[in-house]
Design a protein around this ligand. Sequence first.
Ligand code: 5GP
Ligand code: ZN
Length: 122
Amino acid sequence: MSEHCLFCKIVRKEIPAKIVHEDDDCVVFHDIHPAAPVHLLMIPKQHILSLQTVKPEDAAWLGRMMTLAPGLALANGCIPGPEGGFRLLANSGRDGGQEVDHLHFHIIGGKRPWQGRTAPNA
Ligand code: 5GP
Ligand code: ZN
């Protein structure tokens, strides 16, 4: 945990978020500025800066998070099947466009066209 980190504060419930899933590894909540009809953020409970700092020993919880993404996408309004789907995105570091320094995966989907900075072909 990092005292002043925005996403650690969401994990600790010190600031509100629309949480759609929580388990021992992660918290998943709605992005405050959605770039598409469905826009979730999936974060580890541990304070990990970004994918740049992930290590081989992180494979198990990272893998568990990845396997959650499709079900969360569907449960929150993404369209099923090959005509639907979702985007899973982890901006990493400043050159990667990361603004919040706590690892997070964007789960983005819903009927196109999407509006905003993450869409449609960014
Ligand atoms: P990044 O640009 O770091 O990949 O994405 C950070 C994301 O966090 C942005 O999409 C932004 O809208 C979202 N965000 C920033 N502050 C908050 C907040 O306080 N609550 C929620 N739910 N999302 C936030
Ligand atoms: Zn943090």
